[in-house]
Every structure is written in C-alpha cells, then in structure tokens.
Design a protein around this ligand. Structure first.
Ligand SMILES: *Cc1c(COP(=O)(O)O)cnc(C)c1O
Length: 394
C-alpha cells in the first residue's frame, strides 16, 4: 500500500463518512505550497477554505502560538486571561465595534449573533418580535439554527424540526425587502456581503445601503456574516468597511484563527450590553493559544498588507481573464469566483487541477480561489500555470 492508501483506508473505516474527500492526503506545507504523503507538490489556492490567512506554518504566527502554548494553554472563562482582550481591542479599534464575544467556529458565531438580536428585541419590545430575515442563496452554518437561517432549500432536509423564525428574501431586490419588512415580527436582517458558498456573489452597494436605511427606521438590527469575507480577505479588514456601513453585529471565524479554531461576534454600541453573564458562553471561547495567533495575524494586517491583498487579487483576476474557458471573475480582493463557459464544470477543473498540482475550490457553478493572503507572486504564477494547463485540457 502507498502512504496515501494506508491513510485513506483508516479514514474510510473509522472517520464518520460526512466528507467527500479528494484522493489526496496532505502532509506538510510552507507559505502557499504543500506536499502530499508521497512527496507531490501543490500550490494551494484554497487556504483550507479561507482559514490559513498567513499560509502554512508562518514563522511569526508559530512563534506567537508556541510561546503561549508553553505558558498557558487554557484555564476557562471563569478567569481573566491574555491575549483575548488584546485581540478584542485591536478588532474594536480597527472597526468601530465596541465589544467582542469569542467563539470557535462560524456557525457558533452566527448562533451568538442570532441570540443577541432576539434578546435585544425581546428586552425592548417583548415577545413575538423574533423573526430574522436572511437572503436567498445565503450560507450561515451547519447547526440546526444556522441551517434554518441558510437561504437554500437543499439545506432544509432530514433534521426537522428546524428552528423557527427565519424567512428569506432575494438579494439585491429592495422592493421584496421592503415588503418583507412590513412584517412587524422582524427583529434583524442577516447577510453576507459577498455570498461565499452561494457562488461568490457580491451584494450591490445600493441594495446594502438602502437595506441598512430601511432597517434603521424600524430598529431592525443589521447582522453581517463575515465568516468568509472577514480578516483581510477582501482587501479591507472587514468587507463591511468596503461597503461603508455600520452594522449592529458582525460575525467572523475562518481566517481569524489562521488555522486554529477561533471565531467571534462583534457588537456595536447598540448591542454591546445585550448579552450578559449567564446569557451566553462557550468553554473554549477566547482560548489563549488561538487568540495569541489571532493577535499576531491582526497586527500583521496593516494598511500596506491589505493593499497588497488588493493588488495580488487584481493580478490573479487579470491573468485568469485571459485563460481558456474563463468568462470573467467575481468577488473582491483575494475572494475570487471564476465564471466558466457553459458546459465547463468547476468540479472537473478542481479534480483535474489536483493532478496538475494546484488546489482550488468550487462555489456553485464557479471555480473559487481563496489563496492565503501572504501567497508570493512566484507561487501565484506557478499555481495559475497549473490552472491554465488544466483549463486547456478540459
Ligand atoms: C464557512 C461559513 C460559515 C460556517 O462556518 P463554520 O466555521 O464551518 O461553522 C458561516 N457563514 C459563512 C458565510 C461561511 O462562509
């Protein structure tokens, strides 16, 4: 048996069958380059689905994490620890938000946001004003409640009964939103500014502006799900800063941990004191090791770092647009959705790309690229060449 076959057979026998994996086992990586257990090299345009913001095994991040790991790994939220307060300070200073709750994943962050929105409304208006609007084609997570919040029918199966109180409205349709907001039981509107899993679909600025305005008039909270768009991905620290809006609640996860499980919910002045002791908690939240890494990541993401994300994203788009089978690119910064000619299947490109030494993602019918934000131009060129070869072979 090859190294891969040994790993695969154990996984197939003992790990729950919830993932459709590609026939590759990755052993190690550095920067945006990784190797499988049989020594084959890959350029990674997936960053572990937007997680490895600084690539594989960034030395500064390893130092920060290791230093904390050999000092104190965990003690629980019954006590004060550092560095979670420092991370919260950086997030607040750089976003205008006022307080941060730390979680461990995107779905868990969104659960916190939903609880906050419902309690805000309950405390102020009493029972019954608990409905949360989300957009068609959205994705908000895999728990029973965040599945209910997800605006795609394929996710609403098997696990009945789902959490009540979610309704969907089409993206970029302000008249439909107006209509949905006539319902006096609505307490919040939750949306991704660029729908990630839904196909890298950025919302129109006018729609977002108008939606915020309409919600403000009725004291309906704006929740922005930045689990995928957050932490530098779009060329700003958060995508809402690109849109120039002031949300009431912002959630993030994926890239903030740089590979360790970490998420957060950020609260504005309006919502910062809604959840109090006893309302919400999580055992691992604000874990010292994960937040030590996050502090390093956020400090690294200064203005010139973020401008670089924008520049590299632009470079990748330009090169992609000249490739066979490519119609155009959507997204912002280094969140890139590639529109392909009819009949060309993104899943086939990803599969064949692996053979050619490049790891990419799909999002609905598009090819999706979420490279680590520190990827070098050499790695970009190498990965794009492998992708070009793949596209010309399809
Ligand atoms: C990935 C994702 C989630 C879920 O995050 P998990 O960490 O897998 O729970 C939620 N919302 C958006 C927009 C995502 O991209």
């Amino acid at each position: 048996m090859s190294n891969f076959e040994k790993i695969q057979s154990k996984d197939k026998q003992y790990v729950a069958n919830t993932y459709g994996r590609f026939p590759v086992a990755i052993e190690k990586g550095k920067g945006a380059t990784c190797y499988d257990f049989d020594g084959k090299k890959y350029i990674d345009f997936s960053s572990g689905i937007g997680v490895n913001s600084l690539g594989f095994c960034d030395e500064g991040w390893i130092d920060a994490v290791t230093k904390q790991l050999t000092t104190l790994q965990h003690i629980s939220n019954l006590y004060y620890t550092s560095p979670c307060g420092e991370v919260a300070e950086i997030l607040c200073e750089r976003t205008g938000m006022k307080k941060v709750f730390f979680s461990n994943s995107g779905a868990e962050s969104n659960e916190g946001a939903i609880k906050c929105a419902r309690k805000y409304s309950f405390s102020k208006y009493g029972e019954g004003r608990s409905k949360i609007l989300t957009l068609n084609n959205s994705f908000h997570g895999r728990t029973v409640t965040t599945l209910a919040a997800t605006g795609q029918d394929v996710f609403h199966n098997f696990f009945f009964p789902f959490t009540e109180g979610f309704e969907f409205t089409p993206a970029n349709d302000i008249d439909a939103l107006k209509k949905a907001l006539e319902d006096s039981s609505v307490c919040a509107l939750m949306m991704e500014l660029i729908q990630g899993e839904g196909g890298v679909m950025p919302l129109d600025k006018e729609f977002v502006f108008e939606a915020v305005k309409l919600c403000r008039e009725k004291d309906i909270l704006i929740i922005i799900d930045e689990v995928q768009t957050g932490v530098g991905r779009t060329g700003k620290l958060f995508a809402f800063q690109k849109y120039g809006i002031e949300p009431d609640i912002v959630t993030t996860a994926k890239g903030i941990g740089g590979g360790l499980p970490l998420g957060c919910v950020m609260f504005s002045e309006k919502t910062e004191n809604v959840l109090v002791a006893g309302d919400h908690a999580t055992t691992f939240g604000g874990n010292p090791v994960a937040t030590a890494g996050a502090k390093y990541i956020l400090e690294k993401m200064n203005d010139s770092f973020l401008e670089d994300v924008e520049r590299k994203g632009e470079y990748i788009r330009q090169r992609l647009s000249k490739m066979p089978c490519v119609v155009g690119c959507d997204g912002m910064g280094m969140m890139i959705g590639v529109r392909l000619e009819e009949g060309v299947k993104a899943a086939d490109i990803v599969k064949k790309g692996i053979e050619n030494g490049v790891l990419a993602l799909t999002a609905k019918v598009k090819l999706r690229l979420l490279p680590s934000l520190t990827i070098s131009y050499e790695e970009i060129d190498e990965g794009l060449s492998a992708l070009e070869k793949t596209l010309s072979e399809i």
